[in-house]
Write a protein that binds this ligand. Structure first.
Ligand code: HEM
Ligand code: HEM
Length: 186
């Protein structure tokens, strides 16, 4: 299996989206506005991917009955949608970052950075293919460093989860306000 397949696929996805964005910009002779048809499309599709990122992996992880797909594959999908979604949303912004919408973008960027940090810590904990943590392997030193890594992971959780919640609250407020003021009242 190619290492970090999900990152390469996300890069490919971002490349294709960038090409389409460049074509639309060339065609319209201006950067697509956030409230235009194409801008809306980027915002809505990107947001749906982000929502999938937030929900699907957690559902699979906590579900007792769902056995489809390994946890490793779900985490790969989580990372793929967690990169492509925010990238589409970034193009949706039309490079303006005022008020609540700007804050929502900042939270989006923060959660992606935090994702990379989490991914790094996560890979340092030995697991089965299905994501179940293995108990410490041989040796006292290994056991100590594993305990430290686990502690680091739980601190990371305490940052990553509230960040996600704040992000989605801000995003829903932005969507409501943007649709009401910018789209429906036009
Ligand atoms: C996490 C997801 C999203 C982020 C981070 C985001 C961010 C932004 C930003 C930064 C702007 C530019 C604000 C400015 O002019 O300074 C904007 C504009 C806009 N967004 Fe979003 N957006 C998201 C999702 C959505 C979705 C799903 C929709 C539609 C259903 C939407 C609808 C709009 C509209 C209509 C505007 C234009 C407002 C105007 O013309 O004044 N956004 N968004
Ligand atoms: C829109 C962007 C993202 C959102 C909303 C998001 C949200 C979440 C949530 C809610 C969890 C907790 C899952 C659970 O335990 O129930 C999680 C875990 C995780 N995320 Fe993300 N994430 C995003 C992007 C990323 C990215 C880009 C990466 C990697 C580069 C990443 C890597 C991870 C890792 C390694 C875990 C821990 C998995 C585990 O302990 O089982 N995330 N994320």
């Amino acid at each position: 299996m190619i290492r970090n397949k999900e990152f390469w696929l996300a890069l490919l996805g971002a490349g294709i989206i960038t090409a389409i964005y460049a074509l639309v910009t060339y065609w319209e002779r201006s950067i697509p506005a956030a409230g235009s048809l194409f801008g809306h499309l980027l915002g809505i599709l990107g947001f749906l991917l982000m929502l999938m990122t937030e929900l699907l992996y957690s559902f699979r992880k906590r579900s007792e009955s769902a056995k489809w797909g390994s946890m490793a594959a779900w985490l790969q999908f989580h990372i793929f949608t967690g990169l492509v979604g925010p990238y589409m949303v970034l193009l949706h912004t039309s490079w303006k970052f005022n008020g609540l919408a700007g804050a929502t973008t900042a939270l989006t960027i923060l959660i992606v950075i935090s994702g990379f940090v989490g991914r790094y810590i996560y890979t340092r904990i030995p697991r089965t293919l299905d994501g179940v943590e293995l108990s410490s392997s041989s040796g006292q030193i290994q056991a100590v460093s594993l305990a430290r890594t686990r502690r680091l992971m739980s601190i990371w959780y305490a940052i990553h989860i509230p960040l996600g919640l704040a992000l989605f609250i801000a995003a829903f407020l932005h969507i409501g306000a943007a649709l009401y003021y910018a789209s429906l009242l036009r």
